[in-house]
Ligand binder design. Structure first.
Ligand code: TXA
Ligand code: MG
Length: 330
């Protein structure tokens, strides 16, 4: 199959609709990462996403809809706090989990009685969703466990020959996946941290909890139990206060002839004084936006990536740390 990368215009939108209605998949940009989308009503199409990605079949997908879509067609029991949050943050990088009405394919939620809904703010994503007019089930457009894609080229690198169309909406500005929020209880619970932080949510609705997955426990959000976001090379993660040790390891590995790169923010890059650096940038928004692109760059040039955690570990950095820990997990 020939994989096309097309800018978003009338023609490519018409083609994308044809593919989706015909039961195929289309890669789409969002403000967080690119997604691999299919018609959420079409079980065969949804199942094919799992196959193409190599995704475990107990890890549910998020359904994407445009900003005028009436989500009460898909889900029930929308609590008052969820309405407040939708008003504050949507369209945007916040996915909300509700009780499902069971009208989309049961493959989307892998048999769970809940459904995750996301209204992306990316202009191209909105155009696509409005043009197609269907709820679109879409995971991140990467091979399962690999680094998530923040450009059309990243999607191409993983799926060349396996999908027909990538809609090119430029580089994703957010850079890490949406915050996933359980809205089925009295109080919202963050299942996956992201750019909309727990504090931001608590500021709107008073209280917000955070779900912590413990190995072996029944996962509410099954995606959290898997190794994820990993580059195809060795990785070691050091906390910020072990910078000296990280630099020592870098030097030692260099001496041993290993192609080693330091992955760190701008301030650490200046302190460390190493030659090979994958620079994440200066502030927390840059760090989030650059994380996956630098990891993908890293796997092309390095045999070993030594990552140094940012000094600040709250707010948006909770999500960045979550991805960094998983990328560097064994
Ligand atoms: O930013 C994003 O969310 C991107 C873009 C493409 O929208 N999508 C994305 O999808 O990251 P994916 O499949 O890589 O991650 C979806 C996460 C997984 O951790 C999954 O377990 C969780 O959402 N999830 C999906 N449906 C759920 C449900 N019904 N209950 C709990 N967690 C759910
Ligand atoms: Mg993913």
């Amino acid at each position: 199959m020939n994989t096309q990368i097309l800018e978003i215009n009338e023609q490519s939108l018409a083609l994308s609709k044809q593919i989706i209605v015909g039961g195929g998949v289309v890669a789409i940009p969002t403000e967080t990462v690119y997604g691999l989308g299919a018609n959420a009503f079409d079980t065969q199409a949804v199942d094919s996403i799992f196959k193409i990605k190599g995704r475990p079949n107990d890890n549910p997908l998020i359904v994407h809809v445009h900003s005028d879509y009436d989500i009460s067609m898909l889900v029930s029991e929308i609590p008052e706090y969820a309405k407040l949050l939708a008003k504050a943050f949507l369209p945007g990088p916040l996915t909300m989990v509700y009780k499902s009405k069971g009208v989309v394919s049961s493959s989307v939620s892998c048999g769970l009685d809940t459904l995750a809904i996301r209204i992306p703010s990316h202009e191209g994503a909105q155009k696509f969703l409005k043009y197609v007019g269907l709820p679109i089930a879409a995971p991140s457009a990467n091979i399962s466990k690999h680094v998530s894609p923040t450009s059309a080229q990243h999607v191409f690198d993983d799926f060349n020959g396996k999908i027909q169309l990538i809609l090119d909406g430029g580089r994703c500005k957010g850079g890490i996946e949406s915050t996933v929020l359980d809205c089925t209880g009295k109080v919202p619970v963050v299942l996956r941290s992201g750019l909309i932080t727990r504090d931001m949510i608590a500021q709107v609705v008073g209280e917000c909890r955070e779900y912590v997955y413990k190995d072996g426990a029944l996962a509410i959000s099954p995606g959290m139990k898997y190794k994820h976001y990993s580059p195809n090379c060795r990785t070691i993660l050091f906390s910020y206060d072990r910078l000296e040790q990280a630099v020592q390891t870098y030097r030692q590995e260099c001496q041993n002839g290993v192609k080693v790169f330091l992955l760190c923010d701008d301030s650490v890059a200046k302190l460390a004084g190493c030659e090979n650096v994958l620079n994440l940038g200066a502030d927390e928004n840059q760090i989030a936006a650059n994380l996956y692109a630098r990891l993908r760059e890293g796997e092309r040039v390095a045999e070993l990536i030594i990552a140094i955690a940012p000094q600040k570990t709250d707010g948006v950095m909770v999500g960045v740390m979550n991805r960094l820990c998983k990328a560097c997990a064994n």
